[in-house]
Design a protein around this ligand. Structure first.
Ligand code: FAD
Ligand code: FES
Length: 259
């Protein structure tokens, strides 16, 4: 685990309260795997011991990129980081996604949940995996992140919005179910990878369990220490309580217990 002093190279708005922060952190960048997260100390909150956890959107060429939504005190303060500022970043943390897949890789994401799926898509493509389909959902078109970046990787992207402003009108599980029906008809294998809001994650986990396919679900739980010491981030599993920051954030769908 590294505690990097990372220089901010770029920090831009990408619409609808979302920002992209690119950090220079060569050692950390080389060590990160898709689905792992970093714990960021917000410079304006230096007096607070608390960090904020973020998934990694990309780690390449000595850079670590995160996409974040401004929701409260920490993320609002993070808005103030300017290119050239130094940010302390702890990582790599947690267990990520497997970078292999038996059959078609079905990536399902919503909101900032798309971030780790982009990193995974890049890794799958780099390892020669051809069939990667991403299902991205949101309330409206401005909630759909990283669509162009995923397409640039050669990923087949299917969109769904509640208001129909992009893709099909409805839930992200609507185009996913169409694809699952097609794969079943053709007798093809697949695995599911998901990150986003809990109801979406549960819906994807149920589909993995219901079809007997492997499902990899990245859980988002409030964290304090990020390194396994405080037990703030408990997720119920078939093996009992697991710490999201150590045993997760990515769990097998079959292991998760939903409240
Ligand atoms: C493994 C992991 C990966 C994450 N990846 C990303 C990411 O890539 N991009 C991103 O924008 N955010 C991500 N988050 C969520 C992010 O950590 C929180 O939004 C952030 O810590 C909020 O800090 P704050 O001080 O601004 O908000 P606070 O002032 O602490 O809270 C403001 C509001 O946000 C809610 N909130 C706080 N933490 C979380 C959380 N973990 N999940 C959902 N709601 C929360 C609070 O309940 C409250 O309603 C991730 C969280 C985890 C656990
Ligand atoms: S955040 Fe402290 S144990 Fe997970």
């Amino acid at each position: 685990m590294l505690d990097a002093a990372a220089k901010a190279l770029e920090h831009v708005e990408i619409g609808a309260d979302y920002r992209r922060l690119v950090l220079e952190a060569p050692q950390l960048s080389a060590a990160l795997a898709p689905g792992q997260f970093v714990h960021v100390r917000v410079p304006a909150l230096e007096t607070s011991a608390l960090r904020r956890p973020f998934s990694v959107f990309d780690a390449s060429e000595g850079r670590v990129t995160v996409l974040y939504k401004t929701v409260g005190r920490g993320t609002s303060a993070l808005n103030g980081v300017k290119p050239g500022d130094v940010v302390k970043v702890l990582g790599p943390l947690g267990h990520g996604f497997p970078v292999e897949c038996d059959g078609e890789a079905l990536l399902v994401g919503g909101g900032y949940g798309v971030a780790p799926l982009h990193f995974l898509a890049r890794a799958l493509k780099t390892s020669g995996h051809r069939d990667v389909v991403a299902f991205i959902g949101g309330r409206t078109s401005s909630d759909l992140l990283a669509v162009d970046e995923l397409r640039a990787l050669g990923v087949d992207v299917r969109l769904a919005t509640n208001d129909g402003s992009a893709g099909v009108k409805g839930l992200v599980t609507d185009p996913l179910d169409d694809e699952l029906a097609r794969l079943r008809e053709e007798g093809r294998r697949f695995e599911l990878f998901a990150c986003g809001p809990d109801p979406m994650l549960k819906a994807v986990a149920m589909r993995a369990n219901g079809t007997g396919a492997k499902g990899w679900i990245s859980m988002d739980r409030h964290m304090i220490c990020g390194v396994g010491a405080c037990y703030a981030c408990i997720q119920k599993t078939v093996r009992g309580n697991s710490r999201c920051c150590v045993e997760g954030p990515v769990f097998r769908a079959a292991d998760l217990v939903w409240e």
